[in-house]
Design a binder for this molecule. Sequence first.
Ligand code: ZN
Length: 243
Amino acid sequence: MRIAVISDVHANLVALEAVLAHAGEVDAFWNIGDCVGYGPQPAECVSRLREAGAAWVAGNHERAATGAISTDEFNPSAAAAALWTRGRLSGEEKAFLDELPETETRGDFTLVHGTLRWPIWEYLDDYDTARAHLALLKTRYSFVGHTHVPALVTERLDAPEGCEMRRLRDGETVDLGSERLVLNPGSVGQPRDGDKRAAYGILDTDAATFTLRRVEYDIAATQRLMVDAGLPEWLIERLEIGR
Ligand code: ZN
């Protein structure tokens, strides 16, 4: 099976369409959360991924978009965008988002937006968090999102930290062996690793590999829609610097 693994689309339909075209024929889509929030086309992104039959776990932005959680913990731009997003989704779409689980298991893989300790909120970006996540992981591999930075964690019980962590670059292929791994495909719609191109990954279960990919999209087109929607300026600017 060839599976496109995407995360943090953030209502950026232009980026999502570029990723879907770039991925080509796949057998499945796995969406690691935050399909909405920040960007200008939340309803369109939700429909596109429902149409694709994506496996889908909830992120903090799905929960904020439906009102299931408050935006008190969000920074001011994110809160403004979340409130704007609420007004753009139908009751049926919000009900769909509210039904999304916080974790999903697909074969050897567990999908969760943040970490297994705190599924929609925690950033898996240091050793302590990685160890806590691995301690709760019941499958060999897992996919997380939320940080918007493509990354790989390899469990190494003999290492002082208990694991190794590093970023993943465009085109890099990870072999899935006997070690337990955490993979982060980065963000489709709002990359934050200094590379403004959309990020996603291809999981090939026959070859037992995961390949990180980056794809250019028309950033200016998304920015124009955000200006028209009156979304916060920083959210518009950050797309072109990838931060
Ligand atoms: Zn996000």
